[in-house]
Structures are given as C-alpha cells and as structure tokens.
Design a protein around this ligand. Structure first.
Ligand code: FAD
Ligand code: NAD
Length: 478
C-alpha cells in the first residue's frame, strides 16, 4: 500500500472529525506545523449553512455556498491529510478511529483505522424525528446540500404533477400544499423562501397553480422562533399572515403517511383533536439529534452517562471524563444553542489553545536543554547566563500556559422571513436591539455576505442574487 509522507514521529497526531463550522474554524486558525493533522469527513467541502434555505428554491445555487476542503487545506503552512470517509467508531481506550469510505467508488481498501494522540470531534448532529412514524420515509430534511436539491426537485415535481391532465381538484390541492414542520429558524426561513418563489416566479410562469398553492408551517409550541424577542415573533407571524403562509401553532405532528400528516391540536372546546392534513411536499425541521458515533463514544465514558443532548465538555471544551479528546459545535454540550456562531467560536478557541500547547511543549524542551547546559557549564559566567535564560523562559512558559477558559460572545440572532424582510436581535454593548423589516433584510444580506467563507463564495452569492432577481429563479427539475 502507498502511504505518502509518513507522519513526523516527533509530533503528536491530531485527528479532526468533520468539515463543518466547528472543525473548519479550528483548521483556519491552527498552526498545522505543530502536529500531524488528519481531517476525516464524508463531506469534502465546507457548507455555509445560513444560506442553505435559499438553495431550496434557487435564489442561490448550492455550489456558491460550498468551499472545497482541498482548496482550503492547500494554503495551510504544513500539509494536512484529508480522508473522505465517515468515522464509524471512536475507540477511546485504544485511541483509534474506525473509518469507512462510504462513497460510490471504492478501492481495495474502504475501511481502515486511524490512530490518534489528540482528537477533536466536530461531527455535528443529525435531524431529530423523535421516532415519529413515517417521518424518515416520507419527509424531506434541510441540513445538507443534497437535502436542498431534493426539496427543489420535489417542489417542481408536485407542481408539474398537479398540472397533469385530468388531475382531480382535491388531488391538485393536496399536491400544492407545502407543509413545513418545525417553527424554529430553519422552518421559518424555508417557508419564507418558498412563498417568495411562488410570489415572484411560479405564479407568473404557471398561472394554473395560482389558486391552490399554499404553504403551512406547523409548530408544537405556542409561537414560532422561540429564541427571538416577543416583538419579533409577533412581527414574523404578522408578516407570514400577509404573505398568506398559514401558521399552525400548538399543533404537534404525531404521524406521517405518504399523503398526509396527523397533527394534534387543542380544539375550541379545549379538547385534543387529531387532524389529517394532506400534503404534496413535507419538510421536517424539528431540530437536532445525536449522531450514532457520538452516542457510542458517550457510552464508553462513565462521566458522560447523564448527558443526553451530546458530549458534555468542560470550560476548555475537553470531553468530560477523557484526556486529549475535545468536542466542538452541535455534538458538544456547553450550555449554548447549537448554532454556527457557537461552533465557529469554539473551533477558534481550540486552535488558539492548541497553538499555545505546542509553544508550551517547545519552551519545556528548551528549558530541559538549558538546565543540562547550566549543570555542565565550564565556568561561572556561562552558568549565570543559562540561569538568566531559564528564568526568562519560565516567565514565558507561565504566560503561555495561562489560557482563559472558553467564553461565548453572542453577537445576535438573524433570520430571513420572506418578502425581503428579516428579523434581527442584535447584541449591542450591554443591550439588545430588536429590528424587523426591509432594512434588517439588507443588514441580513450584508452580514451573511461578509461571513461567507471566501471571496469566491461572496462573488458567486452576489451573482446568484442578481441572476434570480433579473431572470427569475430557475424552475427546471433535474
Ligand atoms: P456541521 O456544520 O453540521 O458539520 C458537521 C461535519 O461533520 C460535516 O462536515 C459532516 O459531513 C461531518 N460528519 C458527520 N458525520 C461524521 C462522521 N461520522 N465522521 C466524520 N465526519 C462526520 N446557525 C447560525 O448560527 N446562524 C444561521 O443562520 C444558521 N442557519 C442555519 C440554516 C440551516 C438550514 C441549518 C441546517 C443550520 C443553520 N445554523 C445556523 C446552524 C449551524 O449550521 C450549525 O449549528 C452548525 O453547522 C454546527 O456546526 P458543526 O461543526 O457542529 O456541524
Ligand atoms: P429548532 O430546534 O430551533 O426548532 C425546532 C422546532 O420544531 C421547535 O420549535 C419545536 O417545538 C418544533 N417541533 C418539534 N417537534 C415537533 C412536532 N412533532 N410537531 C410540530 N413541531 C415540532 O430547530 P431548527 O430550526 O432546525 O434549528 C436548529 C439549530 O440551528 C438551532 O439552534 C437554531 O438556532 C440554528 N439555526 C439558526 C438559524 C439562524 O440563526 N438564522 C437558522 C437555522 C438554524
């Protein structure tokens, strides 16, 4: 077997799982020459998730918000190994990760083991379904590029099927009923984008669907966007009403079939009613669940036994009950919401810490060297010189070793709600500014544009915005 450059045995092997917000933010700031860095992820690109809802209707093309990991790694100072594979198991006791190449093309070897000295788990989360029957089989999710592509195609399939010759009125209504479950930001942003698609393009191009196309957002809690301030929740609900998106709050989906969902709500008499709601497209956005690999790792560590939502980490993001294992992002539980903002700050924190750790290591080696020199010094002058140098180095070591614990700085929450309006709860000095509307939408666009991974992404996103405005969104089904 051909194994290119052998890892430097004098350096520790740092394995990073995932190429999402947490891991890539770590890689961005990490001095890779200090470790043998290995990245393992089934996704060979970074995805700018905040703009993913726009890809479901073609406001933005998905490749505009993807950054190939290879492109990014080639700019690092020291070479980083990347394996396109899924980690299937972390064997904590033996410090080995089992990996599997799950892609279509497989070589003679498609499963192997990767040993590590240090490990960062940044595998994110999967979609929560709460074990509700039929969700996995019939609903579409919105987490990855492939999900957005599926949704885009399904929308058009429903529309083309609804306009098929001799379709009954009730079937047309079902096919054109677009149901979104989950009133968190993912569900709200998708519903807004979908209604935009209809208002701006579809109803002009396919007037037949005008009277029956309808978007419904179903939420179990009394309101949507629970993380936003009350006035922005009201503003969103009012805007949705104007856009003719129906919001059904206090409605819990209990069962899903291929043509309808069964949802429980409280009737006017205060009793629970179970209602069948027919749908053509069903998008399920009810938040996060643990990935099996994370569950399995937790089961190997007694200190994790009470953790439910992910890997419990301490203030330095060390997975509690382990040594040399850290976790970032949606798979870690550090009392913050599972957002890109949190994951990115956690990744940057770890990079800083690892850079400091490497410096510590270097200083300690230098100190050991100096002590020997001091002891074997031939004269007093050399001994004194070495002594002074040791004192200076010890001071530096103390400074380098004093890393403050991780502290998250919340910059605010932003969400697009359709018809060129957005809501924003922005942290400003000690206070909070809540705003909603078209100006906030301009702010939303510029904020996300500035946060895009690269200038290439930024230019592509801008071009997509102009393209969809000038020519309309592309409604072909591929
Ligand atoms: P991810 O970014 O999900 O990355 C996980 C990585 O791990 C991926 O590369 C994946 O391929 C890889 N992986 C998975 N399994 C394995 C395995 N077994 N082995 C190795 N690698 C594996 N947050 C905000 O703050 N603002 C927003 O506007 C916002 N908008 C969002 C819009 C949408 C549609 C979605 C779905 C989320 C949004 N979020 C937003 C949340 C944000 O995307 C997540 O909190 C963030 O992606 C978490 O980062 P992460 O690194 O933990 O995981
Ligand atoms: P979420 O957890 O924020 O919201 C899911 C919603 O689904 C909840 O309100 C819940 O009550 C509802 N729900 C659960 N089960 C249900 C059922 N059976 N029937 C009806 N409703 C049900 O999920 P999300 O929107 O996917 O967001 C996940 C994470 O990503 C969050 O931390 C969020 O802040 C972040 N995110 C942020 C942005 C943004 O900042 N613009 C955008 C997308 C996601």
């Amino acid at each position: 077997p051909q194994d290119q450059p052998p890892p430097d045995p004098s350096k520790k092997t740092l394995v990073i799982l995932g190429t999402g917000w947490g891991s890539v933010s770590l890689l961005k700031k990490l001095d890779t020459e200090n470790y043998n860095v290995i990245v393992i992820s089934p996704r060979n690109y970074f995805l700018f998730t905040p703009l993913l809802p726009s890809c479901t209707v073609g406001t933005i093309e998905h490749r505009s918000i993807m950054e190939p990991i290879r492109n990014f790694l080639r700019h690092k100072k020291a070479a980083v190994k990347y394996y396109e594979a899924e980690a299937t198991k972390i064997d904590y006791a033996n410090k080995v990760i089992y990996v599997n190449d799950d892609s279509e093309i497989k070589g003679d070897v498609s499963t192997t083991e990767v040993p590590f000295d240090m490990l960062v788990v940044g595998v994110g989360a999967e979609n929560a379904t709460f074990g509700i029957s039929g969700v996995k089989e019939h609903a579409l999710f919105l987490k990855e590029v492939r999900d957005a592509q599926k949704i885009r195609n399904r929308i058009m399939d429903c529309i083309e099927t609804a306009t098929f010759k001799d379709q009954s009125e009730s079937e047309v209504q079902r096919l054109l009923h677009m149901v979104v479950v989950g009133g968190g930001p993912t569900g709200v942003e998708f519903a807004g984008e979908l209604q935009d698609f209809f208002n701006n393009d579809l109803q002009k191009w396919i007037p037949d669907i005008k009277d029956n196309f309808h978007v419904t957002l179903v939420e179990a809690l009394p309101n949507v966007l629970p993380m936003f301030s009350k006035q922005l929740i009201e503003y969103t609900e009012k805007t949705f009403k104007e856009e003719t998106i129906t919001i059904r709050t206090k409605t819990m989906v209990k069962n899903v079939t291929d043509k309808y969902i069964e949802a429980e709500s409280i009737g006017p008499d205060g009793k629970k009613v179970l209602q069948k709601i027919p749908y053509g497209l069903l998008v399920w956005a009810t938040g996060n669940a643990l990935r099996p690999i994370v569950k399995d790792l937790m089961s190997q560590i007694p200190a994790q036994k009470d953790s439910r939502r992910g890997l419990a980490v301490n203030e330095y993001l060390v997975v509690k009950g382990t040594e040399n294992v850290w976790a970032v992002g949606d798979c870690a539980v550090a009392n913050y919401a599972p957002t890109a903002q949190v994951a990115a700050q956690e990744g940057a924190f770890l990079a800083k810490m690892f850079n400091q750790m490497a410096k510590t290591h270097d200083i300690e080696a230098e100190l050991a060297d100096l002590s020997v020199r001091q002891e074997t010094a031939p004269d007093k002058e050399t001994r004194t010189k070495a002594f002074d140098e040791i004192k200076e180095l010890q001071k530096r070591l103390r400074r380098v070793k004093s890393v403050n614990p991780f502290e998250y700085t919340h910059q605010g929450s932003l969400a697009y709600i359709g018809s060129e309006k957005a809501v924003a709860d922005i942290t400003w000095f000690e206070g909070n500014i809540a705003s909603g509307g078209t100006l906030t939408y301009i702010f939303w666009r510029s904020a996300y544009l500035s946060m895009c991974f690269s200038s290439r992404n930024r230019i592509l996103v801008c071009m997509d915005w102009v393209k969809s405005k000038v020519f309309g969104r592309d409604c072909s089904r591929v």
